[in-house]
Design a protein around this ligand. Structure first.
Ligand SMILES: C[S@@+](CC[C@H](N)C(=O)[O-])C[C@H]1O[C@@H](n2cnc3c(N)ncnc32)[C@H](O)[C@@H]1O
Length: 280
């Protein structure tokens, strides 16, 4: 029997080759190649890199509100598929439903929800302090028509939302990732336009705004190239299930102060034809 005497030095289980920098570099390269392959094969859509990087503390008061209300008003991104009935039950009513992706701190989200009390607003963000701010406001001001998703929009649309369910999707001032090598991180890409159109009902509207000229061009070209969506030439005058007028958002204000021009786009999933083949 071998007694493990604490005086006896343990033999290390460490791989002796680990001290060889060339070996470590080779392992790292293999790992990177594996990750790249996995990302390319399993993900059609860009991943959120801001998710882990943007930490921020929330006050004790907001944390208390979070502890009390999140279980009822919020859901974390997961693989749980929701049915339309689950979402109606969550709001306690069946109503026109609009998803806002990346609401930041939600100042304009709360104003829009209050201006349109007949609309169910699904507010989606990855940034916990921003979510906590809107959650606290919704509780404080007794705004009954907002529910929250925390996580990556791609995960929520891909795994949680029912297909052809939403009346509208709003994306206001998505991160532009201005450096060319970061363009792949942009939320609006060909794959995400298709994903968004898959969760929109026929007739549903996608409303996008940006103050970044280069991203605006990219968004316009990519959205117009998505053959499941049609661009509404009337823009903000398009008849829509939700208002296309919006308060100035926090990020928009920054852009305006810097002299940026605001670009606004409206696409629609074509309405379903009626039995006579006429689009409603
Ligand atoms: C530039 S800010 C705009 C915030 C707000 N819409 C406004 O105009 O003030 C973009 C926001 O999108 C969020 N975001 C980025 N990618 C996201 C994703 N894939 N899913 C959910 N939120 C995302 C970021 O955390 C950030 O708060």
């Amino acid at each position: 029997m071998v007694v493990n005497d604490s005086q006896t030095p343990r033999t290390s289980s460490r791989n002796p080759r680990w001290d060889d920098p060339a070996y470590r570099a080779q392992l790292a390269a293999e790992k990177r190649a594996q990750n790249k392959k996995r990302n390319e094969s399993s993900r059609l859509y860009p991943r959120v890199t801001a998710f882990r990087a943007r930490h921020g503390a929330i006050s004790d008061a907001k944390q208390r509100i979070w502890n009390e209300y999140w279980p009822q008003l919020g859901k974390n991104a997961s693989d749980t598929e929701l049915t339309p009935a689950d979402i109606h039950d969550w709001f306690g009513r069946e109503a026109t439903t609009v998803l806002e992706i990346g609401f930041g701190t939600g100042t304009s989200t709360s104003e829009m929800a209050q201006a349109e009390p007949h609309i169910n607003v699904l507010a989606l963000e990855v940034y916990k302090p921003g979510i906590a701010q809107l959650l606290a406001r919704a509780v404080r001001e007794d705004i009954p028509n907002i529910r929250f998703f925390r996580g990556d929009a791609v995960d929520v649309m891909e795994s949680m939302l029912p297909a052809a369910f939403l009346d509208g999707v709003r994306i206001f001032f998505p991160d532009p990732w201005p450096k060319a090598r970061h363009h792949k991180r942009r939320l609006l890409q060909p794959g995400t336009f298709e994903l968004i159109s898959s969760v929109l009902k026929p007739g549903g509207i996608l409303h996008v705004a940006t103050d970044h000229a280069d991203y605006a061009e990219f968004i316009e070209e990519t959205g117009d190239a998505c053959d499941v969506l049609i661009r509404r030439p009337e823009g903000l005058d398009t008849p829509a299930p939700m208002s296309l007028q919006r308060p100035t958002t926090k990020f928009e204000n920054k852009g305006l102060r810097a002299g940026h021009v605001i670009h606004e786009f409206v696409w629609q999933r074509p309405p379903a034809p009626d039995s006579n083949g006429i689009e409603s």
